[in-house]
Every structure is written in structure tokens, then in C-alpha cells.
Design a binder for this molecule. Structure first.
Ligand SMILES: [Zn+2]
Length: 494
């Protein structure tokens, strides 16, 4: 997508950010005092540093960190206040942009009889730009900022609880109690029965695929033999080492969404964005194994008892549109689809269908087992979470975290299962084939970007206008850059 600068609005946005910053500073004294009263600056600094670490690092380091319960509680309060302030700032900003938008529309209505075409065009472009900025501010306030802080809070919980958890795990291994855990019979993967009648889901899955295609919700497949062959054979290898009792049907979708999903009966969909985000084979294997576990656990079947497929599709499209436009009523599902986010990753979203916490935890546990059984380093799944949470920034990972919320207990469940697995030599982290796929993928991505230019999209619906301004983030930029914590220096704000 071409990025033409939009100077006036750009200044407006920068003004808004500095306004948001000064608001944050204005509300800071009370919040900062309550935090600081209980937390010495050096402790606060040490905790903040710790929270910037990855989940994988924290599993190693948490047992050596010595923070008291009251220090942890004070930090939690600081994070909660910061989240509230940060979301409120961007909500105010969105309201303000909404007012500017309505003013601009009123002005247009008042002047419409006497302005010339060039002026009209200018006004249309301005309205379009305000709409885009408003919805971006709203997405930040309602989705991206909460996700960023959920990650922080999950890590704080890890620092607090993991040391005791680890001792218990070691005791369980020593006594052999871990062998009696649910699905602890990992040497019998493929020969045990998790949930009977997996094959009865095939028809449900086929129907869902057909309906999605008819509704225009299925992105086109990636048209590259190397990428397709690699992903298919990786998934089949994991499938062969899982509890799968149905054929695995693998599709690679040409969508930039960072996600994958499985439909009942063994229909697995990997989105291009996921392949772009995965850094090595073990990470990709971890995500695929998790999705296969949703099939073997028959989670979709249990869900679909509660909702018809078409209602799921409809709701998924609605949610996709909502997230991508921040609920802007004028920009609907159509633009969400054109934008390249098809809402499919949201099909199994928690709040949509009530995918239970238990199902996610089960898919995490079984997924770790399948990746391991297929010969991959099962830590890949945790590393992928880390990548999404820490390095990818908090916006690119939005879709991923909608369907895979960063619960503390999920991270712990994965880590625990990894520790319980029998030791195994030579687990793979990467392969030459993965790197070859990545090289081919670059061509697919470049071509998709080229094709997108000509398509109407959320970001440039009016022909001839500069592309509406995008709020850009540097990958890996911590949330504090966007919303300085109360009492924090605001030097990071643009
Ligand atoms: Zn899942």
C-alpha cells in the first residue's frame, strides 16, 4: 500500500499524542504516589526490567528473583492504573477525532452548493482521513492496549507464582506423580483414545468450508508450490505423530493475518501472516500442533452444537470488522475483507462462542506433546507467544491474541508439560526446508502487496486521496512508549 504523507493530519496526530502525554502527566501525581509509596524506585525499575523479558527467560530467571508479595501487589496496581490511563487517553483522542469528523461533515453540508470540485475532493479526503484516525485510536484503546497490559500482568504473575510451581513440578517428577496426570500417557500417542468419533466431524468441517467460501470469507490459497508443499508436509508429519484419526486437509491462505485455525474433521488453515511471523520450524510446528489438538480434542464439535456454522461465520465477520475499524459504523465488513483480514482467525474466538479456557489449555497440552512426539523442540510454541508478545509489538499480534489470550496459566501449562515429557535427544529447532520456504514466501508477500495496491481497501477507499494516515509502530516498541507510566519521563513520546 502506498504511503503518501498527509502533513496536516500528521501534525494533528502528533499534537494529539503530546496532548495524550500531557494528560497522562496531569493525572500522574495521585497514581504515582500510591505506587511509589509502596515501591522504592529501584524495585520498581527492577520489576519493569523483568517484565520486559520474554516468557522463556522468565521461566529460567523467576526462581532467582526476589520480590515480596507486597512489591508484586504494588506493581500490579501500577500496571492497572497505567492501563486505565492509557486506554482513557486514546478513547478521549478517538472522541475528539469523532467531533472533528462531524464538524467537517457539517461544514461540507453547509458549503456544498458553493464549493468547486477541487475543494470538494479535499474535504472528502479530510473526512476519510479523520475516519481512519478515529478508528485506529479506538482500536488502540479497546484492543491493542488491553492486550499489551494483559501480557505484562501475566508475566508479573509468573514472577510471583512460578518458583513455587516449579518446586511442585520437580516433586511430582521425583515421585512419579506426573505420570498420572490427564493425558500423561505420551508414549501411547496415536493409540489412546481422547474423545471417540472424531471421524463424525468430517461432514461438519466440509459444510463449514463450503459455507465460508460461499460467504466470501475464505481468502485465496497461496499459489506457490514450495510453500504449499513445505507447510503440508510439516503439518502431515505432526498429524502422523498425534492422536488424529481423520485425514488432515491442509490449506495455506494468502492472508496477512498472523493466525491459523482448524475446523472440525481435520481441516487446517494456515495463514500467510503466520508463516511470515514464525522465526523457525519449531515455532511453526508448535502453532500447527496446537491447532491439530483442537481437532483431536473435538473442540469444534462441542462448539458447533451451540451455534450453526453460518451464525459463526457471520459473527466472525462482524467481529473482524469491529476490530479493524474500531466499530466505525460507516466502514463495514466489506472493507475489513478487502483489507486482507478475513476474520477467520476469529472463528474460534473465546468471547464469540465461549471456547472454554479448558479447551485452550487442553490444546496447549496436547499441542506440546504432538510437536515433541514429531521431533520438534516443544519450546517453540512458547517462543512464538514471546515473539508475538514482546518483539512483534502489540498491534500486529492483535488477531493472534484475540484467539490466544496470554493467560498466565496457559504459559505455565505449556512449560509444565514440557518439563513432564520424557527427555529426548536431537529435537529440531530449524531446518533447511524452513529457510527455503521463507525465501519463497518473500516472493508471495511481495506479489500480494503489489496486488493490494489496486484493490479498494479500508485505508484508501476514496480514489485520488492520499492514503489516510496510519499510526505506525516500531516493532518491539514497548507499550510505555505509547503511554508513559505515571511519573515516568515522556521522552519516548513522539
Ligand atoms: Zn487454540
Amino acid at each position: 500500500m502506498s504511503q503518501t504523507p498527509f502533513p496536516a493530519a500528521s501534525r494533528g496526530w502528533r499534537r494529539a499524542v503530546s496532548l495524550a502525554t500531557s494528560l497522562a502527566l496531569m493525572v500522574s501525581p495521585a497514581a504515582a504516589q500510591s505506587g511509589r509509596a509502596q515501591l522504592a524506585p529501584e524495585v520498581r525499575q527492577a520489576l519493569r526490567q523483568a517484565l520486559l523479558k520474554s516468557y522463556a527467560e522468565l521461566f529460567e530467571e523467576a526462581p532467582r528473583l526476589e520480590f515480596s508479595a507486597s512489591q508484586i501487589a504494588a506493581m500490579r496496581k501500577i500496571l492497572e492504573d497505567a492501563q486505565k490511563n492509557c486506554s482513557a487517553n486514546f478513547r478521549r483522542r478517538a472522541d475528539d477525532l469523532g467531533r472533528q469528523l462531524r464538524d467537517e461533515q457539517n461544514r461540507l453540508r453547509a458549503d456544498t452548493a458553493r464549493i468547486d470540485d477541487a475543494e470538494r475532493k479535499k474535504r472528502h479526503c479530510s473526512i476519510q482521513n479523520l475516519r481512519a484516525l478515529e478508528s485506529q485510536a479506538r482500536v488502540l484503546a479497546e484492543h491493542a492496549i488491553p492486550v499489551a497490559y494483559e501480557n505484562r500482568k501475566a508475566k508479573l504473575e509468573l514472577i510471583e507464582k512460578w518458583p513455587a510451581e516449579l518446586k511442585q513440578i520437580q516433586a511430582d517428577i521425583a515421585s512419579g506423580a506426573h505420570l498420572k496426570r490427564k493425558w500423561g500417557d505420551v508414549k501411547d500417542i496415536g493409540f489412546r483414545e481422547l474423545v471417540p468419533d472424531q471421524e463424525k466431524d468430517i461432514k461438519t468441517g466440509q459444510d463449514a468450508v463450503r459455507e465460508m467460501k460461499m460467504a466470501g470469507l475464505m481468502p485465496p490459497e497461496v499459489d506457490n508450490p514450495v510453500v504449499k508443499k513445505y507447510v503440508t508436509s510439516l503439518a502431515q508429519r505432526i498429524g502422523r505423530h498425534s492422536d488424529l484419526r481423520v485425514p488432515l486437509n491442509v490449506s495455506v491462505l494468502n492472508s496477512k493475518e498472523v493466525n491459523a485455525f482448524a475446523l472440525p474433521g481435520g481441516f487446517l488453515f494456515i495463514q500467510r501472516g503466520l508463516l511470515e511471523a514464525a522465526e523457525n520450524e519449531a515455532q511453526l510446528a508448535g502453532v500447527i500442533a496446537h491447532e491439530i489438538a483442537h481437532v483431536t480434542g473435538r473442540h469444534g464439535h462441542r462448539l458447533m452444537k451451540r451455534a450453526t456454522i453460518s451464525s459463526i461465520i457471520y459473527q466472525a465477520a462482524q467481529v473482524a470488522a469491529l476490530i479493524l475499524t474500531g466499530g466505525a459504523a460507516t466502514i463495514g465488513t466489506y472493507y475489513a475483507l478487502q483489507y486482507g483480514f478475513y476474520g477467520l482467525g476469529l472463528v474460534l474466538s473465546l468471547d464469540l462462542l465461549g471456547v472454554s479456557r479448558e479447551m485452550e489449555l487442553e490444546a496447549d497440552q496436547l499441542g506440546v506433546q504432538y510437536a515433541w512426539n514429531a521431533g520438534f523442540d516443544p519450546n517453540g510454541f512458547i517462543h512464538f507467544f514471546d515473539k508475538m508478545a514482546t518483539r512483534e509489538g502489540y498491534v500486529n499480534g492483535l488477531s493472534w491474541f484475540r484467539t490466544h489470550p496470554p493467560f498466565y496459566e496457559r504459559m505455565v501449562q505449556c512449560r509444565k508439560e514440557i518439563l513432564f515429557l520424557p527427555p529426548k535427544e536431537g529435537l529440531a529447532v530449524n531446518s533447511a526446508e524452513f529457510e527455503q520456504m521463507k525465501a519463497e514466501l518473500k516472493k508471495v508477500t511481495a506479489q500480494a502487496a503489489e496486488e493490494e495496491k489496486d484493490r479498494p481497501s479500508l485505508l484508501a477507499p476514496v480514489q485520488g486521496c492520499p492514503a489516510p494516515e496510519k499510526i505506525e509502530y516500531k516493532p518491539g516498541e514497548p507499550i510505555e512508549k505509547l503511554c508513559p507510566e505515571p511519573g515516568e519521563s515522556s521522552s519516548g513520546a513522539r
